[in-house]
Design a protein around this ligand. Sequence first.
Ligand code: C5P
Length: 236
Amino acid sequence: MLNVTHKTPEIILALDVDKREQAEKILQATGNKLKWVKVGLQSYLRDGPDLVRTIADSGKKVFLDLKLHDIPNTMAKAMESLSTLPIGMLTLHAHAGEEALKRCAQTGKDILPETLLLAVTVLTSMDQNALSSIGVKSPVIEQVERLARVATQSEIGGIVCSPHELVHLRACLPCKTKMVTPGIRPAGSAVGDQKRIMTPTQAKQAGADYLVIGRPILAAENPSGALDAILEEMQS
Ligand code: C5P
């Protein structure tokens, strides 16, 4: 039997909380255990660039998950508006298409050279039915592959997908492509609106570079303990 050992993926905490004070409390409690924090629409629209700067000043890397999806010019100009922020990763929707993604890749090289651009494929909250209901009749895996290929051919450096698609995508994308996977649920934690899920260990074995985890940590009575349990699970 082939025994493949994967390196332990980095955990990115999705800081989706109702108040800035909650964000600060969780960041203090988790301390140096986390290198990456994801600021998504909920927190960014409330706390803005100041939250991004505060997190970066505390020594962590910021993944700004704005999932830009618009016409090419608007996406590129939105990136220009972010150019003074310390952002380690930034998301774009692959559905924006090749012209937009190429333009964003070039804009990234020009003004955000330290930022890894990630193309979101099919959201992990969508299953086959949800995809069909918006007119996409091909299997989820084919749609994810199609979007991931458009993104990498447009020189976008990373892909956001579910851990279920990792093995398939590794075989068809350039090996330098970074794979970031939400839809992570430790055994026994509430699934919520996520559909294409795996446990942290399963996602590690499938070859994820980064795991995005929100509610399983945020909703725990002891978020720092929940993070420890995930880290231990992946090491064992
Ligand atoms: O709480 P949970 O672990 O489900 O959080 C997942 C995070 O990842 C959320 O912030 C969500 O916006 C984000 N995300 C996702 N699926 C994608 C892309 C991003 O769940 N395809």
